[in-house]
Design a protein around this ligand. Structure first.
Ligand code: NAI
Ligand code: MG
Length: 352
């Protein structure tokens, strides 16, 4: 079967982003992905060099591609005039309205067993509109939280479609959608998210829908993570829930995400630039390798994505672990092991 040749933007960014993105690119090559790559600058180092954390050429380059793989960027911890977060800006520019974050058990000691759910986080509004203002000479600060019917509806639609797709892959008719909110306190804003989500979900046959308040959601997700399938939440709740979910299945070094819009996908690891281990060659590349697999899946190459996931599982099962997982392997060791696993499987497939 002749595959479409992909054009993929690579945005390594800062810190370990520059180690894990090239690692993922090697894995894509080893998996036999037909692609051309466009390497683009963004991040704090780019800001210091050019005065712009997200140069216009990067935005243009990203747009010219089918999808993008983003590493991580460092952000200044104090207010820095002129600095804007490249990832937040890219999400906005490309209207990437849903953030898809799978939580899947991994064969490592830090992971619980039997977990396989996806958090779909609204990606454009909520408190992340960053409308803060000072009153009373700074003694009082007000932050606006925006929830719209449109954004709530489209993120729920994405979540429902993922739920149906997962059910089909399992060979089942049934899927479970959990709608997370806090409408008992925020009756208007979370109320709108809740009613919109429940409305949209009603249109999917075979989809069981439940709702859960965000605080009890955290509790239950930690006590019974195995019961969840697809979870949809407003931006801030989804952000917090997905970091907690990552802790259940082996940590940030393994957790991928995909920012999805109509016709575009930008995949990235959940972790940041990890300045504490940057440049040492010990960062775990698995989160970014899995993000690359998510990218392929969204671009219609789910079969190659599956092979990459299997290769990663084989390598983790064999105990090739970086320090965050309690092992001693380097970024290079893990990357090489995944490439070897893929090539071994490919040559078997070709001989067959
Ligand atoms: P972080 O995710 O960079 O690091 C948290 C901890 O996890 C650190 O101890 C780090 O060493 C470890 N860790 C993270 N990824 C790892 C990996 N692949 N392998 C092994 N260990 C790993 O979060 P932190 O420290 O809060 O932020 C550092 C910088 O990253 C900040 O400037 C922050 O603004 C930025 N950041 C960027 C993100 C993005 O670009 N999407 C997301 C989160 C943070
Ligand atoms: Mg986060």
């Amino acid at each position: 079967m002749e595959r479409r040749r992909l054009r993929i933007a690579l945005i390594p960014g800062d810190g370990i982003g520059r180690e894990v993105v090239p690692a993922a690119q090697r894995v894509l090559d080893a998996a036999g992905v037909a692609a051309e790559y466009l390497r683009l600058d963004a991040g704090f180092e780019t800001f210091q060099r050019t005065g712009n954390a997200l140069p216009p050429a990067t935005v243009e380059g990203v747009r010219s591609c089918d999808g993008a793989l983003f590493g991580a960027v460092s952000s200044p911890s104090t207010r820095t005039p002129g600095y804007v977060s490249p990832i937040l800006t890219l999400r906005k520019e490309l209207d990437l309205f849903a953030n898809v974050r799978p939580a899947l058990s991994a064969p490592v000691t830090g992971s619980q067993e039997g977990i396989d759910f996806v958090i779909v986080r609204e990606n454009t509004e909520c408190l992340y509109v960053k409308q803060e203002r000072e009153e009373k000479n700074g003694a009082r600060v007000v932050a606006e939280r925006v929830i719209t019917r449109r954004a709530s509806a489209r993120v729920t639609q994405t979540a429902c479609e993922i739920a149906m797709r997962r059910a089909a892959l399992r060979g089942e008719q049934k899927a479970l959608l959990t709608v997370v909110h806090k409408a008992n306190v925020l009756a208007l804003s979370d109320g709108l998210f809740r009613t919109t989500a429940l409305d949209v979900a009603e249109g999917y046959a075979g989809l069981e829908v439940e709702e859960q308040l965000v605080d009890s959601m955290v509790y239950r997700m930690i006590r019974e993570p195995q019961r969840y399938d697809v979870v949809v939440a407003p931006n801030l709740y989804g952000d917090i829930l997905s970091d907690a979910a990552a802790a259940l299945v082996g940590g940030l070094g393994l957790a991928p995400s995909a920012n999805v819009g109509d016709g575009y996908v930008l995949a990235e690891p959940v972790h940041g630039s990890a300045p504490d281990i940057g440049g040492k060659g010990i960062a775990n590349p698995v989160a970014t390798i899995r993000a690359a697999a998510l990218l392929l899946e969204q671009l219609g190459q789910g079969d190659i994505a599956k092979r990459i996931e299997n290769a990663v599982d084989a390598v983790l099962s064999a105990g090739v672990w970086t320090a965050d997982l309690g092992g001693q392997a380097t970024t290079e060791d893990v990357t090489e092991a995944v490439c070897v696993a893929l090539q071994a499987e490919r040559s078997v497939a070709i001989r067959r």
